[in-house]
Design a binder for this molecule. Sequence first.
Ligand code: ARG
Length: 492
Amino acid sequence: MVRDVVRNGRLSEERDEEIARYLSSSWADRWIGEADLLVDMAHVLMLQEQGIIEASHARALLRELVRLYEEGLPEAVFDPDFEDIHAGIESYLTGMIGTEAGGRLHVGRSRNDEVATCLRLRLRDELLALADEVVGLREALISTASDHVTSVMPGFTHMQHAQPTTLAHHLLAYAAAFERDTARLFDAYGRVNRSPLGAAAFASTGYPISRESTAVRLGFSGLLVNSMDAVSARDFALETLAALAVLMTTASRLAEELVIWSSPLVGFVVLDDRYCSTSSIMPQKKNPDTLELLRARSASVSGELVAALGIVKGLPQAYNRDLQQLSPHLWRGVGETRSSVRILKGVVETARFMTERMAAEAGGGGSTATELADRLVREFGLPFRTAHHVVARAVREGRLDADGLEEAGRETGGLSLASRGLDQGWVEQALDPLESVLVRRNPGGPAPEAVEEQRDELASRAARDRDFLAHERRRVDRAIGGLIQAAREVTE
Ligand code: ARG
């Protein structure tokens, strides 16, 4: 077994396994193992450049670090006997190359700035990958919407038929929401991608380190300048979790809607079998389990946020070990969100929308009554409230036809609509759900031309977001590639 080089100076080695496990973050540090190697490489390169350690020591350290990076970390470094991966890797390296070189890895830094840097590095990758998935989901919604610009369906408020709309309009509502969710991820990304390295325990260090150099090598866009803030700040994690929780709320609403639509009572969608389960007793069942689990996972992600907020809120400056307990919440939130977004994209892409069934319901429940009232206003000059009353009364009497409206008009305002030209043909046209959709051409409305405009704008912003992500990915990959190359060159 590799000996823990961190503990054994100050503390006696007697410690039972239960306490060691309770203390250790090794299990959760699998998320940051690779990042830790990169942080070590950047730190050692800088130490050598700054003349803080000798070239021979840097070479010995970098040779092992590059080897571990290429071969993968051995299980030994994740032993819960180590408090964390940082102690694990330093102890492992020291075991391999001896204290003379291994013992110089940690000069001018602390695990406090080290872990904060690792978290940010890994989270940066996760955010780029997740945002990419969200853009994919937006594209799936936009392309499905494109096929359904004239597919009329009922729109609902209070889960009651409200007014006719189109499937395209409905799907683009989600595309718009996911666009804002992406923007929140980008916002978080900008604040995640800053380097705390060099802050050491919290008061920086007296060695002539270069914080700039490690930040640039690791592809960060700048520093978290104040060294106390740098180690203690976890608002980047809270902000990310908040963005994830909101994103998952949008996803959960779409999932919920698809669950409702897939009920035989509604019959608006048939989900692909691969996303469904059956019953162990009821042979006929096809259940939308995947979406139900997504709905529940949205609650879990909100829970991760609440837990993380609770951990941070009572902490004085600077580092407190409580912060270790926050990281698993972050990783669980990131993991659940990423898989959910991926799954949801597949559900949307494979769903069969039952447009005939939607069209049959489009004018149901009196959902064209608003348009009828609007036409009484536009064509016969009635005040809107009077028109609203007349139609409401006809609905209440169950007589939404020319005679019923005539009677309602007389009883409501003592006015004859027939004398102004209202007849059965006029009423039928006013009650046609497609007509109701066609006139709603204001920006953002459901009329085909308005929807096409929304679709084009949403698509061009999705393309813009993809470009940003590709650009950032290239920038980060170039920095990390350069770092590994520089480390290799020292060892040659
Ligand atoms: N495992 C710790 C964490 O995740 C690393 C920092 C430990 N620092 C310390 N002073 N004990 O936060």
